[in-house]
Design a protein around this ligand. Sequence first.
Ligand SMILES: NC(=O)c1ccc[n+]([C@@H]2O[C@H](COP(=O)([O-])OP(=O)(O)OC[C@H]3O[C@@H](n4cnc5c(N)ncnc54)[C@H](OP(=O)(O)O)[C@@H]3O)[C@@H](O)[C@H]2O)c1
Length: 267
Amino acid sequence: MDWKNKIAVITGASSGIGAATARKLAAEGLQVVLVARRLERLKDLTAGIIQRGGQAHIITSDLTQDKDRARVFDHVVEKIGNVDVLVNNAGFGWYGYSAEMPWQTAREMLQVNLEAVVQLSLSFLAKMRARNSGHIINIGSISGSLPSQGVALYGATKSFLDNFTTALHRELTGTRVHVSVVRAGPVKTEFGKAAILHENGLHVPTEKMGVTAEAVANSIWGLMRRPRRLIYVPDWLRIVPWVELSFGWLIDRLGPLLLKRQKSARI
Ligand SMILES: NC(=O)c1ccc[n+]([C@@H]2O[C@H](COP(=O)([O-])OP(=O)(O)OC[C@H]3O[C@@H](n4cnc5c(N)ncnc54)[C@H](OP(=O)(O)O)[C@@H]3O)[C@@H](O)[C@H]2O)c1
């Protein structure tokens, strides 16, 4: 497929995986549509892309809001063109005991990690089906297949993405519209810092461990060129569902100790 001038909408493009994906896809010749709340970040990213000869559009949007998501869809369709790739990447986590999780944080997590993915996917999917062309890529997590203490709701949102993606993938069999989920392990981004901004949130030390956001962006690019239902980043993490099946009983005993230690260290 010739990707030159194709259009990719990337949510959560202001940092981490989304920003790296925007840079990568723009470098490969796609027009990227950058969606997030922080305008200054999006402007800086756009300036860098344009300097390297790429094309980028900005849509500031708070994806907790139904009307903001609808505005993203309308703006793209009316002012930019047919979307070839939608990367549902925006999302955030919260680490701690669920009994201490404020409902406001939980609700926002459901709105960004789930509702926004569903609303944008259904909107763009109808257009992609009509053209019989397109690819929706959902950024999931290994937390979706390894229920873990401290990230109960976050992991559940990512399980939802796994299920939703698989079902859509099956519905779309025989068409040229693809849906994929990227089950990422820890990635060095601002994810940990963002998690602690919410009330009672403990630090998730992801910015110090795992793969780079660029590695995830390269995998997304590989997925676009060879669509599959599911990829792991890094690939060896495909053992995770097997770990849960075989050693869930051990995680039941050891997992809570890790959370207890993190909580008492208050990091
Ligand atoms: N880092 C990891 O270890 C890891 C592992 C597996 C999966 N993931 C997933 O990867 C995705 C990207 O995370 P990241 O690691 O790149 O973290 P990040 O650097 O914190 O980026 C998160 C992005 O989501 C956007 N976002 C958050 N709330 C939003 C809202 N209400 N409206 C619009 N945009 C919003 C942020 O933009 P604004 O703040 O500017 O709005 C930001 O661009 C998430 O879905 C995350 O669950 C991350």
